[in-house]
Design a binder for this molecule. Structure first.
Ligand SMILES: *Cc1c(COP(=O)(O)O)cnc(C)c1O
Length: 421
């Protein structure tokens, strides 16, 4: 039996309508930006395997470090025990994060990193004896698929079955020149009950690669700081170079109280989540009263193998060659955007660092709109490129090691699609 047939018998895939979806493509190996199926066909991974991969697939350096770690220590309980990798990763990350970040709390993935961040904020106020439980978030936000993370995400078709059970959140618009002062008054108005403001800095990924200006975010953050509203920067997607700087928060001057990381953290090798916070947050949990403890943890918290992958990925990330690649991709994206922006099928283009997005003009034809996403997905897959449009938004989000030829090929195929579809 083929891998596909065996899969169809036993697997339930994520975000997949199992009745109508095309059978999955079995991948047997990867190298650089390429993935290979069992027949030897190659695919350029232009979405970094759901935005996690930054240095390419099966990177030999990461593989070696992970393998060495596996022979030393695969896992140890992280309550009452510790290990070198978790400590070193925390030390090295804190050195490159905004300097108010002082403590690292480990978990398993982006959603859990967000759950931890929310719990830190809610319990911060609880421990201080203040009744502040309201959370402020952006419309169209995406912070994960567990219940807390889903609650602070925008309501959509994806959350409809659960909406009644999700806690109430104050959703605000993305800031711009027109609404900036209104948003600030809104925050001032809510401050007495506001536990925190959670946001994806600069780019809302799953919301459709929606982008907003650092200057307006900075103003909003400064306002939160003045009003005593805690800030959570969810950098699960934007962290580790995606926006052109190491972290999206490097584009603003104000610093968040809490930051969330996952995805690129291990170079896309293993599942690992991480929530960092200020000394002020941490101190609110220090007490002789045990009830002030942060009661949260996962079986695989700070898994040593995942930490080894993250440390190896960090080594690569800090090399100047990686910075040069990020700048190269940023420049090539910009040129491509310039080239296609006036094409009649292109509604808008936008870009932040290595993230390029364009909206396909659909006119008023909604049936065309509904099938466009699948048409584009299949078109590019047949051309040996993995692109997963979000509705009519097509985006390119490559591993930083992608070659000029591979990137040029993707651009050429998109132009061809603009003329053919
Ligand atoms: C992907 C994502 C998450 C959730 O991460 P998972 O590892 O998929 O649980 C949270 N926040 C943002 C901004 C994301 O893009």
């Amino acid at each position: 039996m083929s891998l596909t047939d065996r899969d169809l018998k036993v697997i339930w895939h994520p975000y997949t309508q199992m009745k109508t979806a095309a059978p999955p493509v079995p991948i047997v190996r990867g190298k650089g930006a390429l993935l290979f199926d069992e027949h030897g066909n190659q695919y350029i991974d232009a979405v970094s395997s759901w935005w996690v991969n930054i240095h390419g697939h099966a990177h030999p350096y990461i593989a070696q470090k992970v393998s060495e770690q596996l022979h030393k220590l695969e896992h140890v309980i992280f309550a009452g025990f510790t290990h070198e990798g978790a400590i070193e990763l925390a030390e090295r990350l804190l050195k490159i994060l905004p300097d108010n970040q002082q403590k690292v709390f480990y978990s398993d993935n982006g959603s859990t990193a967000v759950e931890v961040a929310i719990k830190m904020c809610l319990q911060y106020w609880h421990n201080k004896g203040e009744k502040r439980t309201k959370i402020i978030a952006f419309k169209n936000a995406y912070h994960g698929d567990t219940f807390g993370a889903m609650a602070v995400s925008g309501r959509s078709a994806f959350t409809a079955a659960f909406d009644q059970l999700l806690f109430e959140v104050e959703f605000i618009d993305l800031p711009d020149a027109a609404n900036s002062s209104n948003l600030k008054s809104l925050i001032s108005h809510l401050k007495a009950e506001a536990a925190c403001f959670i946001f994806e800095p600069l780019v809302q990924g799953a919301g459709g690669m929606l982008m907003y200006e650092a200057g307006y975010l900075d103003e909003l953050m400064m306002h939160c700081r003045n009003e005593g509203v805690l800030m959570i920067a969810d950098e699960v997607f934007t962290g580790f170079g995606r926006t052109g700087k190491r972290f999206a928060c490097n584009h603003v001057t104000e610093q968040p109280d809490i930051m969330c990381f996952s995805k690129g953290l291990t170079g896309g090798t293993m599942a690992l989540g991480l929530t960092t916070c200020t000394q002020q947050i941490f101190d609110a949990f220090l007490s002789d009263d045990r009830l002030k403890t942060l009661f949260h943890g996962h079986s695989f918290t700070a898994n040593p193998v995942a930490c080894a992958a993250a440390l190896a990925s960090l080594d690569l990330f800090l090399q100047s060659a990686t910075t040069e690649n990020i700048e190269k991709i940023t420049g090539m994206h910009r040129q491509f955007g310039e080239k296609i922006k006036d094409h009649p099928k292109v509604k808008t283009t936008r870009q932040t660092g290595t993230i390029f997005a364009m909206e396909w003009e659909t006119g008023s034809d909604t049936s065309y709109f509904n099938s466009l996403r699948d048409t584009l997905y299949t078109y590019f897959l047949n051309a040996g490129i993995i692109l997963r449009p979000l509705g009519n938004t097509l985006y390119i989000l490559p591993p930083y090691c992608i070659t000029n030829d591979q990137l040029t090929y993707i651009y050429a195929k998109i132009e061809q699609a603009l003329n053919e579809i």
